[in-house]
Ligand binder design. Structure first.
Ligand code: HGY
Ligand code: MN
Ligand code: MN
Ligand code: MN
Length: 399
């Protein structure tokens, strides 16, 4: 494909998935349309498509088998996300196959393009749900019971989309086939802008996790209730939001975000009875992420007690710092003529798989440096450069 048509396809995929509003699991109708797009695009390349027990979609170039070269990413998005986070990796993987097929290359090993389900955790709350299930790093019962903001469970959503949630769980056969995994992804920061390079090789993913803080107080009348008679859960919640920035800043390189805060019942003239907020915390190295969360938890309990409220804090997901396979990382750099290496603060399916198979990443420059927002972008020539770079390294890996 030409760079422009490649960019156009990514924009189309990105737009399609936006129709789903907040991120949807691969089983959901919005993702269903994306699945249809992926299956049709893969079949045009004579790839054989199958969906595994956990809803991840595999497009095989030749017969599935051991020591497979696997590349791909995800199609789901965050609420209000851009078009490139996920689709760039999937479209580039298909384009890389097209490039290799056009030059008459045939892989000397089993080869697959994969789309992992629910990577953002935007619907069911746990990121990389499809790759965590595949690798057995999330309990299948816990996964089945995960609820979306409308109270629909992952099991219900999956069954509605024609899957059997009872089959969820570790898939040693599918995992055992992967020889090496490589994910191409749009960069989600300014690294490549500052390096002045269109492509970089990933080296680490910093530790990251999500915690739910549930504050409960006394719902009441906004006008008739004197300040001294209030137990307003919004107060300790607000204290945590402010402290998250202060505590993260104090670590020097940590990040803490409250992007989602839900008061119940949520009336303008009603003092909330409960307030739920979700903390996304990420600090490079060691146990510093959990230390940051412990500091914020202590503050939350103190602020809740001061307002005569209660608080419950639950860890919803956590991933330790990941370092990608050193040999693959070095080979990628060599095959790409010395592309720079880049750490990332964003989580990826490659980060989950890195705990089980040699995994690596390639990043493509994002000239805005913005991600998880509509401004997320990649120039046509960088998109094209990324797809060709992916084709180059996949040829080496598959020979
Ligand atoms: O949240 C992340 O780090 C990634 O974009 N899923
Ligand atoms: Mn993302
Ligand atoms: Mn992503
Ligand atoms: Mn990812």
């Amino acid at each position: 494909m030409t760079a422009t048509s490649l960019l156009g396809e990514i924009a189309d995929v990105g737009r399609d998935r936006k129709r789903g509003g907040y991120s949807r699991h691969a089983f959901d109708q919005a993702e269903g349309e994306l699945r249809t797009w992926f299956v049709e695009r893969a079949q045009r390349l004579s790839l054989d498509v199958e969906t595994d027990r956990n809803g991840n979609i595999w497009a095989w170039w030749g017969t599935p088998g051991p020591d497979a070269v696997v590349t791909g990413s995800h199609l789901d998005s965050v609420p209000g996300g851009g078009a490139f986070d996920g689709p760039l990796g999937v479209v580039s993987a298909l384009d890389a196959v097209e490039i290799l097929q056009a030059k008459g290359f045939r892989p000397g090993k089993p080869f697959a393009v994969v789309v992992f389900a629910e990577e953002e955790g935007g619907r069911f709350g746990v990121p990389c749900l499809g790759s965590r299930l595949l690798t057995g790093t999330i309990d299948a019962d816990k996964a089945r019971a995960l609820k979306d903001p409308d109270g629909i469970t992952f099991a219900e959503a999956s069954a509605k989309a024609g899957h059997d949630p009872e089959r969820f769980g570790a898939d040693p056969e599918a995992l055992g086939r992967i020889g090496r995994f490589l994910e191409l992804h749009v960069e989600q920061g300014r690294g490549l802008i500052d390096l002045g390079s269109p492509v970089a090789v990933g080296d680490t993913v910093i530790a990251h996790g999500r915690w739910r803080f549930s504050f409960s107080g006394q719902g009441n009348h906004a006008g008739a209730t004197l300040i001294g008679d209030r137990h307003d859960p919004m107060l300790p919640a607000a204290a945590v939001v402010g402290a998250a920035r202060r505590v993260a800043k104090a670590t020097g390189d940590g990040r803490a975000t409250v992007g989602r805060l839900v008061p119940t019942p949520g009336g303008t003239n009603v003092i909330a009875s409960t307030v739920d907020l979700w903390l996304d915390a990420r600090v490079p190295g060691g146990d510093r992420t959990r230390a940051l969360v412990a500091e914020l938890s202590a503050l939350a309990k103190e602020a809740a007690a001061e307002e005569g409220c209660l608080v419950e804090i639950a860890e919803e997901s956590y991933s330790d710092t990941v370092t990608f396979d050193a040999k693959l990382r070095d080979d990628l750099g060599k095959w790409l003529g010395g592309a720079p290496e880049l750490p990332t603060g964003a989580g990826h399916d490659a980060g989950i798989l890195a705990g089980f198979v040699p995994a690596g990443m390639l990043y493509v420059r994002n000239p805005t440096g913005v991600s998880h927002a509509p401004e997320e972008f990649a120039e046509a020539e960088d998109v094209d450069h990324g797809a060709r770079a992916l084709a180059t390294v996949l040829e080496h890996m598959s020979t």
